[in-house]
Design a protein around this ligand. Structure first.
Ligand SMILES: Cc1cc2nc3c(=O)[nH]c(=O)nc-3n(C[C@H](O)[C@H](O)[C@H](O)COP(=O)(O)OP(=O)(O)OC[C@H]3O[C@@H](n4cnc5c(N)ncnc54)[C@H](O)[C@@H]3O)c2cc1C
Length: 426
């Protein structure tokens, strides 16, 4: 059983890993983070901004970092959809103070990592850079041994793999599982907002996704004053290995050609966003998914756990990748807290409960993803779908339509489980 004297090794110092460290510190559980990058600088392939919605902002608030995030982020409530004629055809809520307690925020990934890293440093949580885990060697009933690329080995009472979609820890927890390339990728860049020719009569509100026969073109403000704009589109791509993706990203002229293919289809505002693309800001985001995993913890002694992108890859449609990772972290921390308070609870049962709770939520997100993807189909195809296969905005009459997503009752669910499990154990 875990106690406050036990030590936890966290593999991967991304959003999930650093947040896990903050959560464990809050429970007085000793932990260390091992990150393969040499510094806290994010790799260029994962730069740019990401969106945090109220469900994760509430968690970051609990970790004491919300105000730092809010100060430098772009705040908004809805993403708007426009058709090829630039008529607003739909909107999708991402946040809202009165309905969910927080507006959605767009923050540069590097800024978020810096804020989390600073918070960890202030709490004196050890973060070891240049440590690439190569293997989980073995586990006993009270510790797990693991190895790094530099040849060193280490042990901990619990190993948490927050090492992203290409997770090495997952190889140990669910061996033989291969990530699947969806055949699609996002091609993105940043431009000064003032560069856009925004037609006044079309009533543009941002972020916006413009749907044409080329697919969707996204324009999403960044920086707290919206002075920069994230632009991008999804395109079909072939799978590549890491080196292949690096080469693909390095060929900036090739990327610009891909983006501007069939440029005549896009409305002028999108065309203006494609002028003089700053190569430095160009990015490729290949969309991978991993099959539903049978378990997120090692079966031998349950001393190895995976979370975040390592455990589930959320398609980009709902913008919930980072937010889901943070929900994993918070719910696991609450489960650990319940275990610490009640020694009668079993670690193994707790993990089974935690995984089910999280997997149910991921399943709900996948349903929502499908409903939102269907909204991008031509109207005649949408009309053939069952009502439940389409997402319909009801927020003007039902402001809490998205409360299940943005205001989940994580504490209540964990407390109910802990109470029930404790009374069974007594
Ligand atoms: C371009 C882009 C845009 C995105 N936009 C959004 C968005 O708008 N909203 C949203 O919610 N999500 C978004 N996502 C998804 C989101 O970034 C991820 O879901 C989220 O970062 C998952 O966090 P993570 O910590 O699990 O994984 P990661 O962020 O991938 O972090 C994993 C960390 O582990 C380290 N690592 C990997 N292997 C090892 C190893 N063997 N040993 C040690 N360290 C290792 C990596 O260096 C990295 O630091 C976006 C992703 C990309 C790429």
């Amino acid at each position: 059983m875990l106690s406050s004297f036990d030590d936890v090794a966290i593999i991967g110092g991304g959003v999930a890993g650093l947040a896990t460290a903050l959560a464990l510190h809050g429970l007085s559980i000793k932990c260390s983070v091992y990150e393969m990058r040499e510094t806290n600088a994010a790799p260029p392939t994962s730069s740019g901004a990401l969106t945090l919605s109220p469900n994760s902002l509430r968690i970051l608030d609990r970790f004491g970092v919300y105000s730092r995030i809010e100060e430098i982020s772009y705040a908004f409530d809805y993403v708007y959809y426009k058709n090829a004629d630039e008529q607003t055809i739909d909107r999708y809520p991402f946040g809202g103070t009165s309905a969910f307690g927080y507006q959605a925020l767009r923050i540069y990934r590097q800024d978020l990592l810096d804020i989390l890293y600073t918070a960890c440093s202030e709490r004196k949580i050890p973060i070891h850079f240049g440590k690439r885990l190569t293997e989980v060697i073995d586990e006993s009933d009270n510790h797990v041994a693991f190895k790094f690329a530099d040849g060193t080995t280490n042990t901990a009472s619990l190993l948490i793999g927050s090492d992203g979609i290409h997770s090495k820890v997952r190889d140990y927890v669910a061996s033989g599982v291969e990530k699947i390339f969806t055949g699609l990728g996002g091609l993105t860049w940043e431009l000064p907002t003032k560069q856009l020719r925004i037609p006044e009569e079309k009533d543009y509100k941002f972020p916006v996704i413009i749907l044409t026969t080329n697919g969707g073109f996204i324009l999403a403000p960044q920086k707290n004053n919206g002075s920069a704009m994230f632009a991008g589109t999804q395109i079909p791509l072939e799978d590549r290995d890491r080196e292949g993706w690096s080469k693909f990203l390095a060929d900036k002229e090739g990327l610009v050609k891909l983006v501007t293919k069939n440029i005549e289809v896009w409305p002028d505002v999108a065309k203006s966003g494609m002028e003089n693309i700053n190569h430095e800001t160009m990015n490729v985001w290949p969309f991978y998914k991993i099959p539903r995993l049978p378990h997120w913890t090692s079966q031998k002694n349950h001393r190895v756990v995976i979370l975040g992108d390592a455990a589930h890859a959320i398609p980009p449609t709902t913008g919930q990748g980072a937010s889901s990772a943070l929900e994993d972290v918070m719910s696991l921390a609450l489960v650990l807290s319940a275990l610490k308070k009640n020694m009668g609870l079993r670690w193994e049962d707790a993990l089974i409960f935690w995984q089910k709770m999280r997997q149910d939520r991921i399943d709900d997100l996948l349903v929502l993803t499908n409903q939102l993807n269907n909204k991008r189909l031509p109207l005649e195809k949408q009309n053939l779908l069952a009502k439940d296969d389409l997402w319909v905005d009801e927020s003007s009459t039902n402001p809490s339509q998205m409360a299940w997503l943005y205001a989940p009752k994580i504490d209540e669910v964990v407390n109910a489980w802990a109470g029930e499990a404790a009374s069974k154990a007594a």
